[in-house]
Write a protein that binds this ligand. Structure first.
Ligand SMILES: Cc1cc2nc3c(=O)[nH]c(=O)nc-3n(C[C@H](O)[C@H](O)[C@H](O)COP(=O)(O)O)c2cc1C
Length: 331
């Protein structure tokens, strides 16, 4: 069980906010495969707070995907609170505050991971957001801005401040902002935080790709839960595997080509419902590249799949590389 304020999940993992990926199509698939909670990609608070923006279906949760979280990015407590309230009002079940993003344009605007240098700003944002909504509020952060002493102290100040305020969870990517996605993930530090703050829900993030290793991370560090990110892109089976392993069952075997084809088409079908045809096929290429990682002839399959210029060509390429498995027509 994983407790995020008044939201209780029956398994200790969730799908990460993934900018440019975790739209409704990916979120729906994750739920179908056993993820108990998913998140939107990060939204700029200034946009989410704007009344017109949340009228667009792409920014709203769908009726059949609860619980679903929204994540916001910004440096202005009032705007962050306004955005959180607006997102709660359109139906999101949990609000996550992003103090982790390492993208240069975000750092230049003194948002995301930059704010790890300013513990007081983070606390002011958190307090305002907490007042503005009744749903759980969580914080996503990294283990510091860089590896210097000051960053280390700031990180501990933020963690302690959030814990004293009884934040609903702290999701910690075990790398610094400067590291981005390189170098080792400091799971030892996550374990130390959990043992120091047993009452605070701690979610670990970083290099979680395989059900067996993920289960080991949970067992060894004793964090309350984990956030699955890149490990789920083109691989929703990771949730099925994780559910099995956590029950003490063996992880299911790698999906057959026929199952892979079915899931790729199901995902693409979802994407086609969200975007115009040309945009859908372009957008889906990055997922195809990841799906092909499971194919025994990865490079050749990938080359043909991403060369498809429309839906008919993509379906033909899928049939060619995964077999014609009498799949229902994609609508
Ligand atoms: C393409 C991509 C998009 C991401 N978008 C977000 C985001 O919108 N918000 C966020 O907090 N983290 C985002 N992340 C970070 C992940 O949530 C996660 O913390 C990080 O990838 C580490 O986990 P992993 O090594 O298992 O992928 C993103 C990561 C990737 C690779």
């Amino acid at each position: 069980m994983l407790k995020l304020g008044n939201l209780i999940l029956n398994v200790p993992f969730m799908q990460a906010p993934l900018s440019g990926y975790s739209d409704y199509a990916m979120r729906r698939l994750a739920l179908d495969f056993g993820a108990p909670l998913t998140f939107s990609g990060v939204m700029l608070a200034k946009s989410a707070a704007h009344p017109k923006v949340l009228k667009k279906p792409a920014f709203r949760p769908h009726d059949d995907e609860h619980p679903v979280g929204a994540q916001i990015l910004g440096a202005e407590p009032v705007t962050m609170a306004k955005a959180a309230r607006a997102l709660q009002d359109v139906g999101y079940d949990i609000i996550d505050l992003n103090f982790a993003c390492p993208a240069p344009k975000v750092l230049r605007r003194q948002r995301g991971g930059y704010l790890l240098n300013e513990p007081e700003t983070i606390m002011r944002i958190y307090d305002r957001v907490r007042e503005a909504v009744s749903c759980p509020v969580t914080i996503k952060l990294r283990i510091g801005f860089d590896s210097g002493r000051k960053s280390y102290d700031n990180f501990h100040t933020i963690v302690s401040g959030a814990s004293e305020r009884k934040v609903d969870a702290l999701t910690i990517h075990g790398r610094t902002v400067v590291q981005k996605f390189t170098g080792d993930v400091d799971w030892n530090l996550l374990a130390q935080i959990k043992s120091r703050l047993p009452e605070t829900t701690i979610i670990g993030s970083g290099d979680l790709f395989n059900p067996q290793t993920i289960a080991e991370r949970l067992a060894v560090t004793k964090v309350d839960g984990v956030l699955i990110a890149r490990g789920a892109v083109g691989n929703p089976w990771v949730y099925e595997g994780l559910n099995a392993v956590l029950k003490g069952e063996p992880a299911p075997p790698k999906p057959s080509l026929c199952e892979q084809a079915e899931v790729i088409r199901r995902h693409f079908d979802g994407v086609c419902r969200l975007y115009e045809p040309i945009a859908a096929i372009r957008y889906f290429r990055k997922f195809l590249i990841q799906y092909c990682r499971l194919h025994p002839k990865r490079k050749q399959a990938q080359k043909d799949l991403i060369a498809a210029k429309n839906k008919t060509q993509l379906i033909t390429a899928i049939e060619q590389w995964y077999g014609n498995s009498m799949l229902p027509e994609v609508s």
